[in-house]
Design a protein around this ligand. Structure first.
Ligand SMILES: [Zn+2]
Length: 322
């Protein structure tokens, strides 16, 4: 039986609907916020407002990718999920961001064994999320479970700390069947992430790489997809990097080349200045109100749009259960 683990419980994959596969509703702290207050997303009402706009535009599910130690706030996420009961779904992640956000010498990822780290991730998927996000010695599990595992690497290199995380994440996947969604920094180290995950025994068909569009090299993306992983494009309307046509063209080219079953889409609106509810930006709904209609008007087949928004996330986020 295949089930997707949302914050309010398991759902059949057909229930998932139009999905934003990598976004941020709440980030209550962490190193990103220390560096730049724009990363602070701490308001439940504003998160509800932002998700409401996404639903109004036809969306159903948001995958929140704030992991352990980076401001993940389980109680607030549960509150948001409850407000959308019966109307929308939220999937929350366990796992880690890129190594830069943790102390490589004293963090428990550094001091624990790979098996111990993997066991903590497995517990969040099988038993329930820790209300304190493993920030301290007290672990209090809710009945809500993580539905995805995150791992990340920095720009152009993978540190021993990050390798350890990748090993733990691959083990946790083998134990649970949960999908892995990774962070690449500007799209670098994507192939190296795949090689690590393969070496550690991960199922590449349940692996999604994020932010690879920041390195918008079609040849490179095809090589990545040929390994069996999927790519989640995000960062629409980030014109400071490049305009949307770069991402649209990648999608058109890859669909033409037969990769439409391996593409997902998201906004990754992880800054207050990207979200309408905080008074800035084009909002999470932009992907549905502007970008998808644009793809359609440029001739992208409806079957490709449905795969990218609905069927691919439903397949990848589904977990095999007895
Ligand atoms: Zn993100």
């Amino acid at each position: 039986m295949k089930r997707i683990q949302t914050l309010l419980g398991d759902i059949p994959p057909e229930e998932l609907g139009i999905t934003d596969a990598h976004d941020h509703l709440i980030r209550s702290g962490g190193m990103e916020v220390v560096h730049d207050r724009d990363f602070l997303l701490d308001d439940v009402d504003k998160a509800v407002q932002e998700m409401e706009l996404f639903l109004k535009a036809g969306g159903k599910t948001i995958v929140d990718m704030d992991p352990i130690g980076c401001g993940r706030n389980v109680p607030k996420m549960l509150e948001i999920a409850k407000r959308f009961a019966g109307r929308g779904h939220i999937i929350l992640t366990t796992g880690f961001q890129r190594g830069e956000f943790y102390d490589h010498r004293t963090h428990w990822v550094a001091t624990c064994t790979v098996d111990q780290i993997a066991a903590l991730l497995v517990a969040e998927i099988k038993e329930g999320l820790d209300l304190h996000s493993y920030n301290g010695p007290v672990v209090e599990r809710t009945t809500a479970k993580a539905g995805v595992i995150k791992a990340g690497t920095g720009y152009g290199a993978i540190t021993p700390f990050e390798k350890k995380v990748f090993q733990a994440v691959a083990l946790a996947q083998q134990e649970t069947g949960a999908p892995i969604v990774t962070h690449t920094q500007f799209g670098t180290m994507a192939m190296e992430q795949i090689e690590l995950l393969r070496e550690y025994g991960a199922n590449l068909e349940k692996v999604v790489l994020s932010h690879v569009q920041r390195n918008p090299d079609l040849w490179y993306h095809k090589r990545l997809l040929d390994t069996g992983v999927s790519l989640c494009y995000d960062g629409l309307y980030r014109v400071k990097y490049f305009s949307d046509n770069v991402i649209a063209n990648l999608i058109h080219e890859l669909v033409r080349a037969g990769y439409q079953k391996q593409l997902l889409l998201s906004m990754d609106a992880g800054r207050a200045s990207y979200q309408k509810a905080y008074g800035g930006g084009v909002g999470i709904d932009y992907m549905l109100t502007v970008f998808v209609p644009r793809l359609r008007s440029e001739g992208l087949a409806e079957s490709a749009i449905e795969d990218i928004l609905i069927h691919n996330p439903a397949r990848i986020f589904a977990i095999d259960k007895a």
